[in-house]
Design a protein around this ligand. Structure first.
Ligand code: ADP
Ligand code: MG
Length: 239
């Protein structure tokens, strides 16, 4: 979709300490409306911490988060979801004992209006979930669980979707499928902040990228440029 030049998400000087561990050391980045941006980094770099701090699931030591012109630095997580900022957690975190349908309904818990249309929309994106509507979520395959986690997030009608390593543990063909769905979701108007260890895939999907190393953004720029960057190639793209 068209990219609005105004800053839709603005993260300023985000700092998170877990006791003595300095997980994020004052990182700043931004996304325009309609963009896909990606935050790339190795295991332990601070990617999940960044998403959790934006969603306010964990406490920030310092820093500000502005979403769509509103300061949401201290907004409670459920209110953040209501404003249209929705996170898909790492490792899916679906409700394993509930059905696919119940999981999707949980995604709309912050709303009171009818959700049937939203569910039909999710099923048009993920037809496989419709076939498995009564199945207990814990018995879905890894790829199907990722689809369910994303479907559940879509039920909250996100304007900004935070995705935490959606490709983790999936077979290559499913990774392609998930990435093509992310592209489609973006094209229907949702801004995306994608966190990935799969740098090659993420850089091919995103317009801009930030590289996170032990809590510091060490490099940023257009994704196409970073794909050609020798240091990025050596460290993240297998040389
Ligand atoms: N709840 C926690 N308590 C203490 N340290 C944590 C906690 N969560 C994450 N960390 C540490 O913070 C750093 C960043 O972790 P994380 O954000 O999960 O990285 P990533 O998602 O990039 O793999 C790591 O050193 C990790 O061990
Ligand atoms: Mg993580």
């Amino acid at each position: 979709m068209a990219i609005n030049s105004e800053q839709f998400l603005k993260v300023e000087n985000l700092t998170v300490n877990y006791g003595a561990i300095r997980a994020l050391r004052g990182i700043s980045f931004e996304a325009a409306q309609g963009e896909i941006i990606t935050l790339i980094g190795a295991n332990g770099a601070g990617k999940s911490t960044t998403l959790h701090a934006i969603s306010n699931i964990i406490r920030k030591t310092l820093g500000n988060v502005i979403f769509d012109g509103k300061n949401i630095t201290s907004t409670p997580p459920d209110r953040i979801v209501k404003t249209g900022l929705v996170q898909v957690p790492e490792g899916r975190r679906i409700f394993a004992n509930l059905s696919v349908k119940d999981n999707l309904e949980m995604g709309a818990y912050t709303r009171r209006d009818p959700i049937r249309e939203d569910m039909e929309k999710v099923f048009s994106i993920f037809p496989r979930l419709k076939e498995r509507i009564r199945q207990v979520a814990g018995t879905l395959s890894g790829g199907e669980q990722q689809m369910l986690a994303m479907g559940r997030a879509l039920m909250a009608r996100p304007r900004l979707l935070l995705l935490d390593e959606p490709s983790m543990g999936l077979a290559p063909i499913l990774v392609d499928e998930i990435f093509s769905v992310i592209k489609n979701i973006n094209e229907t108007g949702t801004t995306v902040l994608l966190v990935e260890q799969n740098a090659y895939k993420a850089l091919n999907l995103a317009s801009r990228a930030y590289i996170l190393e032990t809590g510091v953004i060490v490099k940023s720029g257009r994704a196409a440029d970073l794909l050609k960057d020798e240091a990025v190639k050596a460290a993240y793209l297998g040389g």
